[in-house]
Design a binder for this molecule. Structure first.
Ligand code: UT7
Length: 325
């Protein structure tokens, strides 16, 4: 049985925050952000918007694109590091808003979340447990940001992307590689808000409720693990980088993507890039990119695609699949 993407969708909040806007808030400037990251602007959730609102809109559009009845969805997975609440899951909120009966859970693997969730959704179908699975990557990253920390506030944005997985005539999922290295947990962390350090006046004062990131270390980690995980899925699929039609990398920093293109001796045209518009939307970057590439007509039936994620955990991983729409 071939299992592939039946439909894609995405949703980006309306409000735009430009580099110039950020330069009014912290000691930074448009030139530094553009040259060091490639980001020009990012989207920000409205005051009354949360992750489930973005996820729901992306999901609706993916179901429409798949041309299926929403009641055919049997499982919803939301990959996110910015859930609406610690409990209930964001996926359960989306399930209720869609008005369907389905199993639903959140998956926490930070920026690698979508790659993990895609593999999980695929596995449920392969095991014969469900026929159609809705896989969403959704984040309200700006809700975790310390707007006085120029090392993080310039990078992140909000958004959601979704895909419907199910049986296809041809192509679909080929291989997956998922890795975690928890020894690097402290490199990207929100220290307070969980059971280790519940929110207190002290953790608020110490800004431990915000995301803390060692940018330089994550950069080095990304450049090291990106080729490793890509090589792993290429080998499993018995193909080379030349055979890949489009790489869909996590959108964190243009310099990371450029260094990987160079390493694999591939032109940058083979790497989908939209970080200039949205910044790093964590688990949402890859499904948003897949949806944009799909809607732009950039994906042809039979195209070999590699989606690659890396980030908090630390986690990283890839999925190799063939476009079957
Ligand atoms: O989704 C996965 C998680 N995150 C990532 O993938 C992020 C990976 N890391 C990065 O993208 C980069 O490390 C950053 C964009 C976060 C930072 O870029 P960098 O080239 O690694 O800068 P740096 O931290 O090495 O700092 C270089 C200089 C420093 O000044 P000095 O010490 O050389 O005088 C910083 O203080 O740039 C300064 N700097 C800034 N200047 C203007 C740091 N941030 C800024 C800023 N504006 N926003």
């Amino acid at each position: 049985m071939k299992i592939g993407i039946l439909g894609t969708g995405s949703y980006l909040p309306e409000k735009v925050l430009t580099n110039d806007d950020l330069a009014k808030m912290v000691d930074t400037n448009d030139e530094w952000i553009r040259t060091r990251t490639g980001i020009i602007e990012r989207r920000i959730v409205a005051e009354d918007e949360a992750t489930s609102d973005l996820a729901y809109k992306a999901a609706k559009s993916a179901i429409e694109d798949a041309g299926i009845n929403k009641d055919e969805i049997e499982l919803i997975i939301v990959a996110t590091m910015t859930p609406d609440h610690v409990t209930p899951s964001t996926a359960a909120i989306v399930q209720d808003r869609l008005g369907i009966r389905a199993a639903a859970f959140d998956l926490s693997a930070a920026c690698t979340g979508f790659v993990y969730a895609y593999t999980t959704g695929y596995s449920f179908i392969r095991a014969g447990i469900y026929k159609k699975v809705l896989v969403i990557g959704a984040e309200a990253m700006t809700r975790t940001i310390d707007w006085e920390d120029r090392g993080t506030c310039i990078l992140f944005g909000d958004g959601a992307g979704a895909v419907v997985l199910g049986e296809t005539d041809s192509g679909g999922f080929i291989a997956s590689n998922l890795v975690a290295d928890g020894s690097g947990a402290c490199e990207l962390m929100i220290p307070s808000g969980g059971s280790r350090k519940p929110v207190s006046i002290e953790t608020i004062k110490n800004k431990e409720i915000y995301m803390q990131m060692n940018g330089r270390e994550i950069f080095k980690f990304a450049v090291k693990v990106f080729p490793e995980t890509v090589e792993n899925v290429l080998e499993q699929g018995n193909i080379t980088a030349d055979d890949v039609d489009l790489f869909i990398p996590h959108q964190a920093n243009i310099r990371i993507i450029e260094s990987i293109a160079k390493r694999f001796k591939q032109s940058m045209d083979k790497f989908y890039v939209n970080l200039q518009k949205y910044g790093n939307t964590s688990a949402a970057t890859i499904p948003i990119a897949i949806d944009e590439a799909n809607k732009e007509g950039r994906l042809k039936k039979g195209d070999k695609l590699v989606a690659v994620g890396f980030g908090g955990g630390l986690t990283y991983g890839s999925v190799l699949f063939e476009w079957s729409k």
